[in-house]
Design a binder for this molecule. Structure first.
Ligand code: URA
Ligand code: CA
Length: 435
C-alpha cells in the first residue's frame, strides 16, 4: 500500500516518480481518495523540482486513462488532430480542418470554448444559425466519414483528471509548469483518439508562453509525449505578438475564415493556416512528401474544395450553409464605433492579451465559464504591427450591441496599441518547427 505523503516527500527532494506512483496519484485523486491538500503539495513540489520526460509521459498516460478514450477506428484512413495553445483572432481551425479534409485527411476535432482573452472554436461555430456542437459520438463519426471533418464539444468524461487538476492548479499557483501544461494538453489529445497531432504553440504578448524559448520547450515536451505514445506529432511555434487575423469576435471570425477559404483574403491568418494544414496532410498521407502536401493544400484553397468541405459540415451539424454565400445571415451588431489614432507614427507594439480582453468587455468572451457571450460583437483590427498611421485614422472598428463595456474597452484598446516614430522590427510569423 502506497502512502501518498511518501510521493510528496520524494518529489520534495527532486526524486523521480514511477509510472505506478503517478497512476496512483491520478486514480486516487480522481476517486476522491487523495484530498486536495495533498494533491496541492505534490503539484507544488512538481512545480519547484520539475519532472523529466519519462515522468511527464507517464503522468499524461495516467491522465488520459482517467475517463473516456475515443475510438475513431470506424473512420477509414489516418485521423489527424490539431491543437493551438490559444490566442486572439486565431481562427485557424475553421480554415485548416476544411482544407485538410479536402485533401483527404480526416479531422475529428474536439474543441473548447473561449475563456478570458482567448476565443474558442465552439463559440465561433455556434454563431452560425442552427449549428450544433452537442451531437452524439455516432453522429460525429458519421459526419467525419461523410465530410472529412466534424467539430464537437469535449464530452464530459474526457480526461476528468485534467478538469479536477486544472481547477486545483488554478488556485495553487501551479498552472505555469512545463510538464503540467504539456500533460494537460496531450492527455486530451491522446484521449481524443487521433493517429497524428499538429500543435500550434503560440508565443508573444497574447500567448501563455510569452517567450519564444519557453514556447519551444513546451513544443518539445509535447512532441516527446506524442512520440512516446506512438502518435506522429509535429509542433510549430508561431507568433501571437498581435492578433493573428483581423477579426476578434465569434461571427466576425467566421466571416473572415470564410473569406479566406473563398480566396478573397490573404495575410498572417492564411499563412499560419496553410503551414498547419500542410503538416496535417503530410502526416495523414505518409505516401506523399511534405512539399507535395503543401501544394495539395494550396490547390484545395484555390479550387474552392475547402469551402465545400466546410459547407458539408455546417449542413450536417444543422447550421445554415447559406451563411457561406450570404454573410448577412450571420448575427450582426447594432452599431459600429471607430477607434482612432491619437498620434502619428508606426504601430510598434500591440498588447494582444488586452485586445482579447477588450473584445470580452464588448461581450464577445467570458470572464468565467458560466458567462454567456454575444456572437455578433467584436473588434475589427484595421492596423498591424509596422503599419504607418496618422492621427485620426481608424485603428479598429468595434462592433457593439450592449454599450456597457464600451468606454473601458476603448480606453484599454488605446493603451494596448502603441505607436512609435520609426518603423519597428516585425516579428517572424513561424519561429520553429519541432519534430
Ligand atoms: N491549456 C490546457 O489545456 N492546459 C494547461 O495546463 C494550459 C493550457
Ligand atoms: Ca483554441
Amino acid at each position: 500500500m502506497m502512502r501518498f505523503v511518501e510521493l510528496i516527500e520524494k518529489k520534495k527532494h527532486a526524486g523521480k516518480l514511477s509510472r505506478q506512483e503517478l497512476a496512483y496519484f491520478i486514480n486516487g485523486y480522481v476517486a476522491g481518495e487523495i484530498p486536495d491538500y495533498q494533491a496541492s503539495a505534490l503539484l507544488m513540489a512538481i512545480w519547484l523540482n520539475g519532472m523529466d520526460p519519462e515522468e511527464t509521459y507517464e503522468l499524461t498516460v495516467a491522465m488520459a486513462a482517467s475517463g473516456d478514450q475515443i475510438d475513431l477506428s470506424a473512420i477509414p484512413g489516418r485521423k489527424v488532430d490539431k491543437h493551438s495553445t490559444g490566442g486572439v483572432a486565431d481562427t485557424t481551425t475553421l480554415i485548416v480542418a476544411p482544407l485538410v479534409a479536402a485533401c483527404g485527411g480526416k479531422v475529428a476535432k474536439m474543441s473548447g470554448r473561449g475563456l478570458g482573452h482567448t476565443g474558442g472554436t465552439l463559440d465561433k461555430l455556434e454563431s452560425i444559425p442552427g449549428f450544433r456542437v452537442d451531437i452524439g459520438m455516432n453522429e460525429f463519426v458519421d459526419i467525419v466519414k461523410k465530410c472529412g471533418l466534424s467539430v464537437i464539444g469535449q464530452t464530459g468524461s474526457l480526461v476528468p483528471a485534467d478538469k479536477k487538476l486544472y481547477a486545483l492548479r488554478d488556485v495553487t499557483g501551479t498552472i505555469d509548469n512545463l510538464s503540467l501544461i504539456a500533460s494537460s494538453i496531450m492527455s486530451k489529445k491522446l484521449a481524443a483518439g487521433a493517429d497524428a497531432v499538429v500543435l500550434d504553440v503560440k508565443t508573444g504578448s497574447g500567448a501563455f508562453m510569452r517567450d519564444v524559448k519557453d514556447a519551444e520547450a513546451l513544443a518539445r515536451a509535447m512532441v516527446d509525449i506524442g512520440k512516446r505514445s506512438g502518435r506522429r506529432t509535429v509542433a510549430l511555434v508561431t507568433d501571437m505578438s498581435q492578433p493573428l487575423g483581423r477579426a476578434v469576435g465569434n461571427a466576425m471570425e467566421v466571416k473572415e475564415a470564410v473569406e479566406i477559404l473563398k480566396g478573397e483574403r490573404a495575410g498572417d491568418l492564411l499563412d499560419v493556416s496553410l503551414a498547419l494544414a500542410a503538416r496535417m496532410v503530410c502526416m495523414a498521407k505518409p505516401e506523399i512528401e511534405c512539399e507535395q502536401a503543401e501544394k495539395e493544400v494550396r490547390s484545395a484553397l484555390s479550387s474552392g474544395k475547402g469551402l465545400e468541405r466546410l459547407a458539408c459540415m455546417i449542413e450536417a451539424q444543422r447550421g445554415n450553409p447559406k451563411v457561406l454565400e450570404n454573410e448577412g445571415l450571420l448575427p450582426k451588431a447594432a452599431q459600429t464605433v471607430t477607434v482612432k489614432a491619437k498620434t502619428d507614427g508606426f504601430i510598434s507594439c500591440i498588447d494582444t492579451r488586452e485586445i482579447g480582453i477588450c473584445a470580452l468587455l464588448l461581450g464577445a468572451g467570458r470572464q468565467k465559464k458560466t458567462d454567456t457571450i454575444d456572437p455578433a460583437v467584436g473588434i475589427w483590427m484595421e492596423k498591424r504591427l509596422g503599419d504607418p498611421v496618422k492621427t485620426g485614422e481608424p485603428l479598429a472598428v468595434f462592433h457593439v450591441n450592449n454599450t456597457g463595456g464600451l468606454e473601458e474597452a476603448k480606453m484599454r484598446f488605446l493603451s494596448a496599441v502603441k505607436t512609435a516614430p520609426g518603423k519597428p522590427r516585425i516579428p517572424a510569423l513561424i519561429y520553429r518547427e519541432v519534430t
